[in-house]
Design a protein around this ligand. Structure first.
Ligand SMILES: Nc1nc2c(ncn2[C@@H]2O[C@H](COP(=O)(O)OP(=O)(O)OP(=O)(O)O)[C@@H](O)[C@H]2O)c(=O)[nH]1
Ligand SMILES: *[C@@H]1O[C@H](CO)[C@@H](O)[C@H](O)[C@H]1NC(C)=O
Ligand SMILES: *[C@@H]1O[C@H](CO)[C@@H](O)[C@H](O)[C@H]1NC(C)=O
Ligand SMILES: *[C@@H]1O[C@H](CO)[C@@H](O)[C@H](O)[C@H]1NC(C)=O
Ligand SMILES: [Mg+2]
Length: 626
């Protein structure tokens, strides 16, 4: 919130010069400008009054941000120069060594330098964007295109996307540099010097990311993002409630979802999510059939509030297996894995009528949308909620805290690779070192959830400087032979609730439990898309439709395992290698290989879901009594 009083900014300088030369003329012109602007803007507004002051205030705040970014941009140049300098130094060091190695090293540093150049370009784009919407170059066009006047005071989609892109690509450059230099450490005599460069780079990366996070807090939209997220969430929840409580249950079209999927709770939750999205897309009321459920054979409704207050049976109506005609009154759904022709509305698609609102507060709309389904589904009944509360009360759960989910037992070696505790803790350490740039951290706390009871003790012994929260008895009940019991479910719900309440989540997205924790996190705040680190997969929904990224920069393959892309190409994504590259198939050329991640951007799929026009956009208290 600091307004820069120093007066060394570009605008202030400009203003001072103006004052001395054209003092009077300027004041008159300024007054005219204000008057004209006011009259031009006021008809565009929905709410008049205080908002105008707010806008001015926001503009000023954004100006101070702008100065910060501009400075940061200078630091970027410094960084590049420093890097080139160390490149030269390395050249001197390795002169009398293997020339191949030197050339290779030079080559890699050049690539790093190129990435920095591109990041710098993005920074200046961001500055231009802010300049535009803060009205620095005042003309009517700019006022009209600055979206925040049009859409209730929020940031424009372009600004939000660009801001997130700079953040994400700062991480990408770090993945790349870290990977390349670590490789050199392993086969080079200069490992100490390389490690020093790497440590410096890590420090610079944390500083950049930290500043970008502050940018988000200072750009004047922090509160707006929060209320907008709450409002859209509220709208989705009311639509689901409307769908699930038809005026005449007997008459309503329905879809039946059987909870007999023979898998863990995370997997079963996602099964219900898929059913609920199906229900929402086809305007059918979801009937959950949970008889003989493996976690509690009394059924889902014994533990959670039913998915409908008023409509929980299909009566004796004929049930048709989907795919069926639109007119079929009751259809029953197969598991998502066994659908041959997948409907386009399945994840990662999001509703087109909400998409442009969601992208303005959340960097990962697909998981936000899935999180909204979970929010509707997962409502523990009083007894279960009390058991959860009691367990939580016994823990010293305080923020800041990092959540770590370590999935072992049946998963390891069959569906996912083993990851050592050190790999998780490396990310925890990085998180805290970045956080400590801006605040004092009294204690580095970690909430550790796992299905392997030995992990917690192991972690406490190996990392005495951290405080580990977690209940070894929960982990014991998660062991494979005790897993499908009510007690084990209580423990898992505690783990999920607490993981979702942490500030940062370190996990493996190959696990459904890890992904559920992240989806729940997405419902706890406006945007959790930068609040996790997955040691393996990128985010996905089991059984999802194709996940593509679109090339935003051209790339010419530099090695046989790389693919070339043109701007606009769609790339079917298999995963991010967290070394600056991801694997995918270019759908235009049908070639598969590695592509620099920063040259691509996520391709969001929109689907025209029903818009539930009967549900008001804003909760209207008068309608509650109807
Ligand atoms: N309490 C607790 N239980 C866990 C934890 N991790 C796994 N479990 C148990 O193990 C089950 C794992 O099955 P799934 O939910 O299918 O998740 P997954 O096996 O990781 O993922 P998929 O194999 O892709 O389905 C969970 O549902 C829990 O019952 C944990 O951190 N805490
Ligand atoms: C730029 O870097 C210097 C030293 O690395 C630091 O003191 C300064 O605060 C940085 N400027 C900004 C705007 O981050
Ligand atoms: C959210 O909804 C409230 C009440 O319906 C409304 O006053 C507010 O302006 C909305 N906020 C945003 C950011 O749309
Ligand atoms: C559990 O805790 C939450 C918040 O801490 C509280 O709002 C809720 O009423 C509690 N529920 C029960 C059943 O104790
Ligand atoms: Mg499993």
């Amino acid at each position: 919130m600091k307004l820069n009083p120093g007066g060394h900014s570009g605008l202030n300088g400009f203003f001072m010069m103006y004052m001395s030369k054209w003092k009077r003329v300027a004041v008159v012109l300024l007054l005219i400008w204000i008057a004209v602007t006011y009259f031009v803007i006021s008809p565009l507004r929905l709410n008049k009054g205080d908002e105008r002051q707010d806008t001015e205030f926001i503009r000023l705040k954004r100006l101070s941000c702008l100065q910060r970014i501009e400075k940061k941009g200078r630091n970027f140049t410094d960084k590049k120069t420093a890097l080139e300098h160390s490149s030269l130094k390395m050249h001197e060091i390795t002169c009398d060594g293997n020339t191949d190695e030197t050339a290779d090293f030079q080559e890699r540093l050049k690539a790093v330098s190129l990435q920095l150049e591109s990041l710098k370009q993005q920074h200046s784009n961001l500055i231009t964007q802010i300049k535009k919407s803060s009205g620095l170059n005042v003309n009517l066009n700019d006022i009209e295109t600055s979206a925040f006047l049009h859409n209730g005071g929020g940031p424009s989609e372009e600004y939000e996307n660009l801001r997130r892109r700079v953040y994400s690509n700062t991480k990408e450059i770090w993945y790349f540099v870290n990977h390349e230099l670590t490789k050199l450490i392993h086969d080079d005599v200069q490992s100490e010097k390389l490690q020093a460069i790497l440590d410096q780079m890590a420090d610079r990366k944390r500083s950049l990311l930290s500043d970008q996070q502050k940018l988000q807090e200072l750009d004047g939209y922090h509160e707006w993002r929060r209320t907008e997220a709450a409002n859209v969430s509220d709208l989705v929840q009311r639509r689901l409630k409307y769908l699930q409580n038809p005026p005449d249950c007997r008459d309503a079209r329905k879809v039946i979802c059987n909870l007999n999927k023979g898998c863990g709770f995370g997997c079963q939750l996602h099964h219900i999510v898929y059913c609920l999205i199906f229900a929402y897309a086809t305007e059918r009321t979801l009937i959950l059939n949970s008889k003989g459920w493996r976690y509690n054979n009394k059924g889902w409704e014994y533990v959670f509030h039913p998915i409908s207050d008023s409509c929980t049976t299909a009566y004796e109506d004929k049930v048709v297996q989907w795919p069926a005609s639109y007119d079929a009154k009751v259809v029953s759904l197969p598991f998502i894995d066994s659908i041959t022709q997948k409907p386009k509305f399945l994840p990662l698609a999001i509703p087109s009528d909400l998409a442009h609102r969601i992208v303005r507060f959340n960097g990962d709309p697909s998981s936000w949308w899935i999180g909204q389904m979970l929010k509707y589904i997962l409502k523990p009944k009083t007894a279960m909620q009390k058991a959860i509360n009691d367990t939580i009360a016994k823990m010293n759960f305080k923020n800041p805290i990092v959540g770590v989910h370590i999935r072992r037992t049946d998963k390891v070696g069959t569906e996912a690779a083993f990851h050592h505790i050190d790999e998780y803790m490396l990310q925890v350490k990085d998180y805290y070192e970045q956080l400590e740039l801006t605040q004092v951290v009294d204690k580095r706390r970690v909430y550790l959830a796992t299905d392997d009871a030995n992990v917690l003790e192991d972690a406490r012994n190996k990392y005495p400087q951290y405080e580990f929260l977690g209940d070894p008895s929960i982990a014991k009940t998660a062991a494979t032979h005790r897993r499908y019991t009510p007690l084990s479910l209580t423990g898992l719900l505690v783990d999920l609730h607490l993981l979702a309440r942490t500030d940062y989540l370190v996990c493996t997205f190959s696990s459904q439990v890890g992904r559920v924790a992240y989806e729940m996190m997405q419902t706890n705040r406006a945007d959790a898309s930068d609040s996790f680190y997955s040691l393996d997969d990128i985010y996905y929904f089991g059984g999802q439709n194709a996940h593509d990224r679109r090339a935003v920069l051209p790339h010419a393959a530099r090695a046989p395992h790389e693919i070339s892309v043109q701007v606009g190409d769609l790339i079917g994504i298999a995963g991010n290698h967290w070394n600056g590259f991801g694997r995918g198939t270019n759908k235009r050329t049908n070639t598969n290989g590695l592509v620099p991640w920063y040259k691509t951007a996520d391709h969001l799929v929109l689907y025209s879901f029903p818009e539930y026009k009967n549900v008001p956009q804003h909760p209207d208290t008068r309608q509650k009594d109807l």
